[in-house]
Design a protein around this ligand. Structure first.
Ligand SMILES: [Zn+2]
Length: 330
């Protein structure tokens, strides 16, 4: 059973879109509209995995965990902590801290298991993000079945799951690791580590030392077909080679947006906000607008790595901004 949660403000603008998208995805059509006045969006899922369909492709959303990030005035470059708290409250989220959950998806295409990003490596990113392996098992997916990993970008929460803690041994030595060549080259080019901000150097050093020693990378260009029915789409700004993935099966499409729209509670009403982790803020803002406009025009469902679990929903236009209607577990 799938419920789409709506705040009162966006109820009218996106109810029709949500219903149309839900019907298209074979979701329960008796949608329950939960007003923000009645329910705070839960932070931790009741069950750590969630399955839905895109045409004949089965999507399994697998919960890794959450970063309860203390409020920090630098988190959004052009907004105050008070403004970010107000945005969280409007979305029915806690304002005690900045909630940054992490969800990984696995696509079952025919008998092939394709994972998008590798999670944060069992506590290597945040102490509360350790759940991916157990939740994947619970969803009936053995990690040895993963034949392809589509990598959106090289930030720790997306790639530390490729490496064992301590030894840096490959967790998926037999899977094909597909990434936009621009992302790979930027992080591994000679002299890169020294050019990074000091706080990023340890992560950059780990990437530069370990990734080039692996033989299972496949570097691709924008718009390449990276799995049956899946195309890589350049979505730069967050990082120089950050990518989204467009999943198509029959008439259904899912935009796997990764970190383009990382916390929709903030960026749907304020798409112009620049996050501290957006390496090129203005470029990230432009990419965000383009991607969300496309998702709305084509009436697609969208998922994101840091959306509330199970990490999917729909957007609608709201003046110069957007409303976001998340899918919620029930
Ligand atoms: Zn991220």
């Amino acid at each position: 059973m799938l419920t789409i949660s709506m705040s009162r403000r966006n109820l009218l603008t996106s109810a029709a879109v949500a219903a149309a998208v839900a019907a298209g995805f074979g979701l329960d059509q008796k949608l329950a509209f939960v007003s923000a006045a009645h329910a705070e969006t839960p932070l931790e899922p009741t069950t750590g995995f969630y399955k839905y369909k895109v045409g004949s492709i089965e999507v399994t959303a697998v919960y890794d965990g959450i970063w309860r990030k203390p409020h920090d005035p630098t988190f959004i470059k052009n907004a105050s902590v008070e403004e970010t708290k107000a945005a969280l409250a409007n979305a029915g989220l806690t304002t005690d801290f900045m909630p940054i959950p992490l969800t990984v998806i696995v696509l079952k295409i025919g008998d092939k298991h394709v994972m998008v990003d590798a999670g944060s490596g069992v506590g290597q990113w945040q102490a509360n993000a350790t759940h991916l392996p157990a939740n994947m098992q619970a969803a009936g997916i053995d990690r040895s079945q993963i034949s392809t990993i589509l990598v959106s970008h090289f930030h720790p929460d997306h790639v530390w799951g490729l490496m064992e803690k301590g030894t840096n041994a490959a967790v998926f030595p037999n899977a094909e690791l597909i990434v936009n060549g621009a992302e790979y080259k930027w992080w591994t080019e000679p002299g890169r580590v020294e050019k990074l901000a000091e706080g990023r150097r340890a992560a950059g050093r780990r990437i530069a030392d370990v990734f080039p020693t692996w033989k299972n990378w496949k570097l691709v260009e924008d718009n390449a077909e990276v799995a049956p029915g899946v195309r890589i789409l350049s979505a730069v700004g967050h990082t120089p080679g950050h990518s989204a993935f467009l999943v198509t099966s029959g008439k259904d499409q899912l935009m796997v947006s990764n970190d383009t729209m990382y916390v929709p509670a903030l960026l749907a009403p304020h798409p112009e906000w620049e996050g501290v982790y957006d390496q090129d803020g203005p470029e990230a803002v432009a990419t965000r607008g383009k991607l969300i406009d496309r998702v709305i025009a084509d009436k697609m469902m969208i998922c994101g790595a840091h959306f509330p679990f199970p990490g999917a929903g729909v957007f609608a236009k709201d003046g110069n901004a957007y409303t976001f209607t998340p899918v919620v577990q029930s």
